[in-house]
Write a protein that binds this ligand. Structure first.
Ligand code: MF3
Ligand code: CO
Length: 258
């Protein structure tokens, strides 16, 4: 069932989204060689709680942490660890969610640890572009296939693979609501979007093949061919006759398409 949100409810999600943005900015600034993924997790959790919010990932279906930290060939759901010390040249995806006043925000980004290769930076940049390209399609009257196709087209034009096994999702009072939001698709197909829908779009893009495996910890997904993978996510609100509001990116201003 898809729940539409009224302007008051979207207002609450905007406040949750703004807090998550600040948390993720701080965590991003803390990424450097020598830092452990557990330290990044502790920072995020401390900032969330200090601002009277709840880390939504913690204990979600038994997940043991407040962020997902997925390094290099890890796709998503990497469990932070004191033993995982970041090294120069790696890339790390940090995914985090929180609940404020009963409303959810969910966002992720990928960043290099110190200096990274040109190829790795390109993967990160194209993944972000895949998100923005997809988000431009997320307007009332368009279909989810338009969103997925926009992402897929750009990723594949760059020779990358779009992860199929994991998707974006509706979001609101729950972190995962209907509908699933695929990062691939056929234009004009799929669910028609409506004003008041709030969704998380989250492209997961592999430098190689899109197939994934799950680690023995039952959480961390990894590319099967061990190629690098990047992830980028925002929670957005669908508008009618206007581009979506990026709830986890306060004051974001849309520009003319390049
Ligand atoms: N943020 C993830 C998503 O985008 C969910 C994290 S799963 C959890 O759907 F178990 F870590 F909470
Ligand atoms: Co999500």
């Amino acid at each position: 069932m898809i729940s539409l949100k009224n302007p008051d409810q979207i207002g609450k999600m905007r406040v949750a989204g703004a807090l998550l943005y600040e948390v993720l900015q701080q965590v991003r600034a803390a990424v450097k060689p020598g830092v452990t993924t557990a330290q990044l997790n502790d920072l995020a959790e401390k900032l969330i709680r200090r601002n009277h919010a709840i880390p939504s990932f913690l204990n979600y279906e038994g997940y043991p942490a407040s962020i997902c930290a997925s390094v290099d060939d890890a796709v998503v759901h990497g469990i932070p660890s004191k033993k995982q010390v970041l090294r120069e040249g790696q890339i790390i995806s940090i995914d985090c969610g929180l609940i404020l006043d009963g409303w959810q925000a969910d966002s992720a980004f990928t960043v290099g640890v110190g200096e990274i290769s040109e190829a790795a930076q390109k993967l990160i940049d194209v993944t972000e572009q895949c998100f923005w390209r997809a988000a431009r399609q997320a307007v009332a009257g368009n279909r989810l296939g338009d969103v997925g196709h926009a992402c897929q087209e750009l990723a594949e034009a760059n020779g990358y693979g779009v992860i199929r096994d994991l998707t974006g999702h509706g979001i609101g009072r729950e972190m995962h609501e209907d509908p699933p939001v695929y990062n691939f698709g056929v234009p004009g197909k799929g669910l028609k979007m409506r004003k008041g829908m709030t969704i998380a779009i989250e492209p997961m893009i592999s430098a190689g093949d899109w197939r994934v495996t799950c680690d023995a910890d039952k959480w961390s997904y990894r590319t099967r061919d061990r190629s690098l993978c990047s992830h980028y996510e925002h929670t957005i609100a669908i508008n009618e006759g206007a581009l979506p509001e990026i709830l986890t990116y306060p004051d974001f201003v849309w520009k003319e398409e390049a």
